[in-house]
Write a protein that binds this ligand. Structure first.
Ligand SMILES: Cc1cc2nc3c(=O)[nH]c(=O)nc-3n(C[C@H](O)[C@H](O)[C@H](O)COP(=O)(O)O)c2cc1C
Length: 189
């Protein structure tokens, strides 16, 4: 039997019962339903500190493609590298990714963007989900920042999904359909 494809769903809200959590749950359920092996990693619970910009701006990330700051980042980095695809769900804070999403992805970007063609995320599909539960402002700038991240690490933008209070119901279905389609595509090779 073929090994199932691994999909990591990174969620980046302190709220365990909000919009971000609902989006992450929809992604996990749909990916698992399509035969993948999906699990959620709550970045806020992972003990990931911010990048220290070692030295004059670059540390081991530049040459060794690893972060020397030992904390929760290493385990999450390993899981992301081992995954076949990534779903990143963040609440929109001030038109940007949440602080925890930024802390994790800043360090991930440094380690993988510097590896170029050898990035462990090279050509891996990503689904980016920005969840703006307030005014709905800042979705575009948040997704733009997620798009840059995916480009920098060499990933493939499978989908970019903007969720707000008014479109929540049908965007939840979009997340399910998109994640299911990505899982099926992976399983077909
Ligand atoms: C510090 C902060 C900044 C926020 N900035 C925005 C914003 O720019 N645009 C928006 O639509 N909602 C904004 N919100 C609302 C969140 O996007 C909304 O509460 C979202 O649903 C949070 O995700 P959660 O349900 O997982 O907590 C902000 C919330 C916080 C706490």
């Amino acid at each position: 039997m073929l090994a199932s494809m691994k999909i990591i769903v990174l969620s980046a809200s302190p709220n365990t019962d909000g919009l971000t959590a609902a989006c992450a749950r929809a992604a996990v359920q749909s990916a698992n339903g399509a035969g993948a092996e999906a699990h959620e990693v709550r970045i806020n619970d992972a003990g990931i500190g911010m990048c220290k910009a070692c030295g004059n701006g670059w540390g081991t990330c530049q040459e060794e493609h690893r972060c020397k700051e030992e904390d929760g980042f290493q385990a999450v980095h390993r899981s992301i590298a081992e995954a076949d695809a990534v779903v990143l769900v963040t609440p929109v804070y001030w038109g940007e990714m949440s602080e925890s999403a930024k802390a994790c992805t800043d360090r991930l970007r440094r380690c993988e963007a510097t590896a170029g063609e050898k990035s462990r995320l090279k050509d891996k599909p990503f689904i980016a989900v920005a969840a703006a539960g307030g005014s709905g402002n800042g979705l575009v700038s948040c997704l733009a920042s997620m798009e840059r991240l995916i480009q920098h690490v060499g990933g493939r933008r499978f989908d970019m999904i903007a969720v707000n209070r008014w479109n929540r119901e049908f965007k939840m279905r979009a997340i399910e359909q998109s994640t299911g389609a990505m899982a099926r595509e992976l399983s077909l090779g």
